[in-house]
Design a protein around this ligand. Structure first.
Ligand SMILES: Cc1cc2nc3c(=O)[nH]c(=O)nc-3n(C[C@H](O)[C@H](O)[C@H](O)COP(=O)(O)OP(=O)(O)OC[C@H]3O[C@@H](n4cnc5c(N)ncnc54)[C@H](O)[C@@H]3O)c2cc1C
Length: 374
């Protein structure tokens, strides 16, 4: 970490402590983050580190975003889907023209645009080539029809990146990405906010498109190249998840160490039982080994050398370690660990999805195996 990174980390910590943590109970209850929080985050510089100065950001390396990803989870945030903002911003930065960047990046930097990344569908999750949403060419643009599900920020988003098939006959990888603002978007509808076992403050939702017209100028990259673009950006998405796993594991360890020092049984502190000490030693070791690998991946990401396989290893491993730590730490809390008054209960419920979204653990292993079986 450079001195700039360290200073940024301090300001992020302060922002989360003052502006985010006090709101978590309310957001969990309402199932969605207040829209004005996005604007506050924009003002505090949490949405623009990757965005060049010309478009309202400060064009810094992705180490700054890595700090946000980790710090966010180390305060137990299970509401604000910041990661989706970062991922969508990276798509625009990597594949859009200067005109498109000028249209979208300034509003992403301020938080006026709340983004959603619309890939998954009822029939297509891991198997993205099975997408059925179709964008038919129509004059100066396309008409998109289809349904998306599991979309983070689904109720609050006003800026979407949508993956749709464009080839006829429909071929597996003939996918195009579209970026669109939802203002006055005829034919676009939001469906249910899905009830989940964790991440209660995230408005994960269904979205529907019925002949939604989008201009050609809204195509991200080249038509038909969307699958390649998605594959290109997945390492960053996976690294963010791994960073969040390290951050959340830090929180679980802190909470559990405090708890076992305070709780007594059989005239001893829980901390004095050898089982407790060994379990915590095992968890701390797993966490530090994971942190070292994830930090190495961040360095590689900054240097432009992070491979798909390393990002997959980081995502799979860190998510698994997070779930193992959640399980052990909940156990050490006894019955109180099962009650949402205690952060470990949320951490346990929130952790499980880490092994599924952004590419399931099985898909991660498949990607790693491909680099072994050459
Ligand atoms: C809270 C939440 C937020 C989400 N946010 C978003 C979002 O913002 N945008 C978005 O587009 N999507 C989002 N998703 C969707 C998420 O990315 C998918 O759930 C995930 O990719 C898995 O797809 P699926 O659920 O269709 O499972 P499936 O693909 O049906 O997989 C089911 C099981 O089969 C296994 N499997 C599938 N293929 C293989 C294979 N080849 N080899 C071995 N095993 C295999 C999987 O690993 C899994 O265990 C979100 C999901 C959740 C729950």
């Amino acid at each position: 970490m450079t001195d700039e990174h360290k200073m940024f980390r301090e300001s992020v910590r302060k922002f989360f402590k003052n502006e985010l943590v006090p709101n978590l109970p309310k957001w969990r209850e309402q199932g969605v983050v207040d829209q004005d929080f996005w604007l506050k985050a924009g003002q505090a510089g949490l949405l623009s580190s990757a965005i060049p100065e010309a478009y309202g950001g400060y064009g810094a390396d992705c180490g700054f975003e890595a700090i946000i990803a980790q710090e966010q989870m180390s305060v137990g945030d299970n509401c604000w889907a910041w990661s989706i903002h970062s991922i969508c911003t990276h798509y625009i930065l990597a594949f859009c023209s200067d005109d498109q960047k000028a249209r979208w990046l300034p509003k992403l930097a301020t938080g006026e645009f709340i983004p959603a990344l619309c890939m998954s569908e009822p029939v297509a999750g891991s198997d993205l080539q099975a997408l059925q949403t179709y964008a038919a060419e129509d004059g100066a643009g396309y008409r998109i029809s289809g349904s998306k599900t599991f979309i983070s920020n689904g109720q609050s988003a006003n800026f979407l990146i949508v993956a749709a098939k464009t080839g006829r006959p429909v071929r597996g990888t003939d996918i195009t990405l579209f970026a669109l603002s939802t203002d006055e978007l005829a034919g676009f509808e939001r469906g249910r906010r899905l009830k989940k076992i964790g991440l209660p403050g995230q408005d994960t939702s269904e979205l529907f498109f019925d002949q939604v017209f989008v201009d050609r100028s809204n195509v991200v990259g080249e038509p038909g190249q969307g699958f390649r673009l998605l594959m290109n950006q997945l390492p960053w998405e996976r690294l963010i998840i791994a960073l969040g796993a390290v951050g959340y594991s830090d929180l679980m360890m802190r909470e559990t160490i405090t708890y076992v020092k305070a709780r007594r049984a059989f005239q001893k502190r829980l901390m004095d039982f050898q089982n407790t000490r060994f379990k915590l030693a095992e968890c701390q070791t797993k966490l530090e080994v994971t942190r070292a690998f994830v930090d190495k991946c961040v360095e590689e990401m900054i240097g432009g050398s992070l491979t798909n396989a390393s990002a997959s290893m980081a995502k799979w491993w860190a998510a698994q370690v997070q779930c193992e730590i959640a399980d052990e730490c909940l156990q050490l809390h006894g019955g109180y660990g099962y009650i949402f008054d205690y952060p470990i209960a949320h951490a346990y419920a929130d952790s499980r999805i880490q092994q599924i979204y952004g590419g399931s653990r099985e898909i991660m292993k498949e990607l790693i195996a491909r680099t072994i079986d050459v």
